[in-house]
Design a protein around this ligand. Structure first.
Ligand code: GUN
Length: 292
């Protein structure tokens, strides 16, 4: 039987965070303490967990961190004022507004209001352009950057590989495709999505599958070519009466049936999730370095 490699995001993230600690010490000698502000509007329970992890990791690394929790009824103008104040605050190098905001918020306008030099999510159009241009002064969105780091550390080559990214979001799918097709990675990339014709057949072509659709266990065994590498970005809460919380976390990949076919696969939780936070810390250090 094939035994797949389990790509352990927790240990790779821990190694990235150790690198960050060394850089925090180097910046301290120049009198710079990296500062990250995380803004959460509303009470979405999953977002609360993510924001809590981000600020906790900042504290562990010796960053200055500010968690700004705003009520769901916060207006667009109030949120824009918070962002502008953070833009002007010299103690803050990185600004992140947790997505998704409540429906009445124009998220695009909020992203555009963030100073692109502090946009550690890499969502501002200036940073999206820099990613497409392969300009290293831009910020690469944290989740796709984390997926690339996992592949790199595992020694999985993307050179000339057939990669299929399922999902076309600005947070994961599109930037992931740009990273895979870059001159450094040289993959041949297909971006598939919910309207793609015959998604299983497209997916079966892939040497590397990146699933980022947000649908629990959508990618089945007959979607995956034997020996493929599967990166599961999904973190879905599904009801589970046997759990104290009433739910369990599952990815976009039907892990139990897909894993035995793969050469390597990320688990959920403990795969891509911890990498996202580690890359956010790296981006905040990049911002602190570049802003000085
Ligand atoms: N929601 C899910 N992932 C992310 C992320 O990487 N950044 C922000 N701001 N919101 C998210």
């Amino acid at each position: 039987m094939n035994i797949p490699r389990i790509l352990d995001g927790k240990s790779v993230a821990a190694a990235v965070l150790d690198e960050c600690r060394a850089e925090v010490a180097a910046l301290a000698e120049k009198g710079i303490v990296p500062g990250l502000a995380v803004v959460l509007v509303g009470e979405d329970p999953a977002s609360q967990v993510y924001v809590g992890s981000k600020t906790r990791t900042c504290a562990e690394l010796g960053f200055h961190s500010r968690k700004i929790e705003l009520p769901a009824a916060t207006t667009q103008d109030e949120l824009l004022k918070v962002v502008r104040d953070l833009n002007a605050d010299p103690a803050i190098h990185g600004i992140l507004v947790q997505s998704p905001p409540p429906a009445h918020i124009d998220e695009e306008a909020v992203i555009r209001a963030i100073d692109p030099r502090k946009d550690v999510d890499g969502f501002h159009p200036e940073n999206v352009a820099k990613l497409a241009l392969e300009d290293p002064t831009g910020f690469v969105p944290c989740t796709p950057a984390g997926c690339m780091k996992l592949l790199e550390v595992a020694g999985i080559s993307t050179q000339g590989a057939e990669a299929v990214v399922i999902g076309r979001s600005m947070i994961v799918g599109k930037p992931m495709a740009l990273l895979l097709v870059s001159k450094k990675s040289n993959a041949t990339v297909t971006i598939a999505h919910s309207r793609s014709k015959d998604l299983p057949a497209i997916c079966r072509r892939a040497d590397i599958v990146v699933a980022a659709v947000g649908r629990p266990e959508m990618v089945k065994a007959d979607w995956v070519k034997p020996g493929a590498v599967v990166i599961d970005v999904g973190i879905n809460r599904v009801e589970d009466a046997s759990k104290k919380s009433g739910y369990r976390l599952t990815g976009d990949v039907a892990y139990a049936e897909v894993a035995p076919l793969c050469s390597a696969i990320t688990p959920v939780p403990g795969g891509v999730g911890p990498m996202t936070i580690a890359m956010l810390m790296k981006n905040t250090l990049q911002a602190a370095r570049q802003l000085g």
